[in-house]
Design a protein around this ligand. Structure first.
Ligand code: ATP
Ligand code: MG
Length: 432
């Protein structure tokens, strides 16, 4: 026997019945986007490596150790499987001058790739749904994207999702803070771990994001970026907060929220749940006014977020909000293969009428016993069986047999005969 092959570690197959949950969630997301007027954008999954190195920043977890970067052996190009969605959308917006006639509101849903240690809620291929609002610089759209996420949680019936917000100010303000921060951290150099010492001069802000308990005290006492913000940055932050409050959105200011990518400025935020253990951030984002220029475009303000599809599904499961698996309207029982030409035609018409029908498939040896066919019909969860029996067909009829008792506890309706010649006439009896 040939050697069995497995999926790449940390990359999951999504099979029935779970795939129905994915489709359902994606549908809810698309519906949300429609209501807010966001349009779908599909960037390639592979991009030039330089896009992420320049866009996300050289001294970030993603670029330093999580990227699937490779050389295309056919032409020597340096390519990377996208670790996130924003850089690709912005690359495309610059390339096609998408904002030439004003701002754009875009969304995407798709796989991302990061070489991380696989665990619950953390995979090497995972999926994000994200929004990107390009060309608007006001706190109004910062508020809009937060409200969208809140509406989604409500649509999905999710609870226990808190919002944390912060402002990262502008580059000049961050620079002043950075100096003060380095001075503080240097004064406590003995307490820093290896990661922090390495980042001390390259990316000290990220040290504030440490998960190392031994460093919490140093980080707690560090100078706060908020205290270095100028009037404009503070006004942006205050207007944002005010708009959120007016919409009844509860939030907590987390002065240490800095995010994993270098491209953020001003508004940053995370939606965090306590119901998922360590991997509790389900959605995160912020403003990235500098990214366009950083990757060669003309300066364009922008804001966005991305949610982790796997984590949302996990949360839906934990809070028992996943929909029940869809079942077919009908299962076609075909006692004898001689009935196949008629049955295939009738089923096709029913499907054209919107009825979902599962056809019993026998095989080269025949259709199988009625008993085994009815067992399959039951197992499918279908609400009706359609029986293409020889006697009924001889009269131009097919038997329609309800398989499930109505929810009100009444007895199942009796079997009826329906004309084979006109399935459209009785299709409504089967539909959902
Ligand atoms: P974390 O701190 O959990 O590593 P992050 O800051 O790296 O998250 P982002 O890059 O902001 O995450 O991505 C947005 C969302 O995508 C996260 O909040 C999370 O829900 C999801 N996500 C990120 N990395 C993974 C992963 N490896 N597996 C599954 N979901 C992920
Ligand atoms: Mg990460």
């Amino acid at each position: 026997m040939a050697e069995k092959l497995s999926a790449v570690k940390g990359m999951n197959d999504i099979a029935p019945p779970d795939s129905a949950h994915w489709e359902w969630l994606e549908e809810r997301i698309r519906e949300l986007m429609r209501r807010y007027g966001y349009r779908n954008f599909r960037a390639p999954i592979v991009e030039p490596t330089a896009l992420f190195v320049r866009g996300l920043g050289e001294v970030t977890d993603i670029v330093e150790k999580e990227m699937y970067a490779f050389e295309d052996k056919l032409n020597g190009e340096h390519l990377t499987l996208r670790p996130e969605g924003t850089a690709g959308v912005v690359r495309a917006a610059i390339e096609h001058n998408l904002t030439y006639d004003g701002g754009k509101r875009l969304y995407y849903i798709g796989p991302m790739f990061r070489h991380e240690r696989p665990q619950r809620g953390r995979y090497r291929q995972f999926h994000q749904a994200g929004v990107e609002v390009l060309g608007f610089n006001g706190p109004d759209v910062d508020t809009e994207v937060i409200l969208m996420a809140c509406d989604l949680w409500a649509d999905l019936g999710l609870s226990d999702i808190g919002l944390e917000i912060n402002s990262l100010g502008q580059p000049a303000e961050r620079l002043a803070h950075r100096q003060a921060l380095i001075t503080h951290l240097e004064a406590h150099a003995g307490l820093l771990d290896e990661d922090a010492r390495r980042r001390l001069h390259s990316n000290p802000l990220r040290i504030l994001d440490t998960k190392n308990p031994a460093m919490q005290a140093v980080v707690e006492a560090a100078p706060r970026l908020m205290d270095f913000l100028g009037a404009d940055s503070l006004r942006h932050f205050d207007t944002w907060r005010n708009l959120l409050e007016k919409q009844g959105v509860a939030y907590r200011i987390n002065p240490r929220l800095v995010r994993g990518m270098d491209y953020y400025n001003l508004s940053v935020f995370e939606f965090v749940t306590g119901s998922l253990g360590a991997q509790g951030t389900v959605c995160a984002g912020g403003r990235y006014d500098g990214l366009f220029a950083q990757i060669g475009g003309k300066p364009t303000p922008a804001v966005g977020w991305a949610l982790g599809v796997e984590r949302i599904l996990e949360l839906l499961k934990a809070q028992q909000r996943l929909p029940v698996a869809p079942v077919p309207d009908a299962y076609a029982v075909i006692p004898d293969a001689a009935a196949l030409p008629t049955a295939l035609g009738v089923l096709r018409t029913l499907r054209q009428q919107g009825v979902s029908v599962l056809m019993h498939a026998g095989g080269a040896e025949g259709m199988g016993s009625m008993k085994s066919q009815f067992k399959k019909a039951d197992g499918s969860g279908a609400r009706h069986a359609l029986i293409f029996g020889e006697q009924e067909l001889a009269q131009g009829m097919v038997a329609l047999k309800p398989l499930r008792a109505p929810a009100d506890g009444a007895a199942p309706a009796a079997q009826t005969l329906q004309p084979v010649a006109d399935p459209a006439a009785w299709a409504p009896l089967l539909r959902g």
